[in-house]
Ligand binder design. Sequence first.
Ligand SMILES: NC(=O)c1ccc[n+]([C@@H]2O[C@H](COP(=O)([O-])OP(=O)(O)OC[C@H]3O[C@@H](n4cnc5c(N)ncnc54)[C@H](OP(=O)(O)O)[C@@H]3O)[C@@H](O)[C@H]2O)c1
Length: 246
Amino acid sequence: MSVRIAIFGGTSAIALAVARRYAAEKARIVLVARDAAALERERADLSVRGAEVVSLQADFTDFAALPAVARAAWDAFGGLDIALVAYGSLPDQGEATASARAAEQALSLNFTSPALLLGELANLFASTRAGCIAAITSVAGDRGRQSNYVYGAAKGGLQRFLEGMRHRLWRDGVAVLDIRPGFVSTPMTAHLPQGGPLWATPDAVAKDIVAAIGKRRAVLYTPWFWRFILLIVSFLPRPLFHRSRL
Ligand SMILES: NC(=O)c1ccc[n+]([C@@H]2O[C@H](COP(=O)([O-])OP(=O)(O)OC[C@H]3O[C@@H](n4cnc5c(N)ncnc54)[C@H](OP(=O)(O)O)[C@@H]3O)[C@@H](O)[C@H]2O)c1
């Protein structure tokens, strides 16, 4: 039978690049996102590419609804082989430090909501003792930096959550993948100056994600060189690190 994958944040450029790769293998895909028109457009596109697609509209900021969202995605094809949690936003660090409300929104969308959803998915996957749960965090979660520590804290928190979930689900045979991309050209980063060797396309990152899911990897830096960049950043001594504008 073809693979069953649910994508939460089904309008994300990275997630859609992943979905197109699974569509080419005739996968059954559940796309979950807030924008009904965009969902319909992407459902039609993935169907043409060979997938069987169910779309579900959901508000990821409505925490009380998250258990039902996870359950509806699970039930769409009678269970799942893969779940990918991909939604998020890149807050303006200046706003997030000036306004507790802005910080709360960024922390809610990038940490609390995905953590609660992942918790629900963990219970569902544990019941069948198989499959892979993946979530997109970020290299920004590896070390707190002055330029984006609100976003970085949310993503770093999610990294720890996934680590604990992986430990818990290991006995159940469920793989948990923490995806840490560097700079990717998507609508989220459209306001930043792009280009150069550090920037990747969504499809290049998607190729790595699909391979890492297939190999049941625990942590993926994508593209690969970010593992070494972050190794250096993580071990920079504080006196040096604090003088940097990172
Ligand atoms: N691009 C990068 O450089 C980069 C680097 C590291 C990690 N990431 C992570 O990769 C993931 C995917 O992002 P992307 O780069 O593919 O960006 P994207 O194309 O802009 O996708 C962002 C996704 O998050 C959803 N979203 C944003 N705000 C939301 C809200 N308030 N409520 C519900 N959904 C919301 C968007 O839904 P709508 O379409 O409805 O807005 C969309 O599905 C994110 O978790 C991001 O943090 C990205």
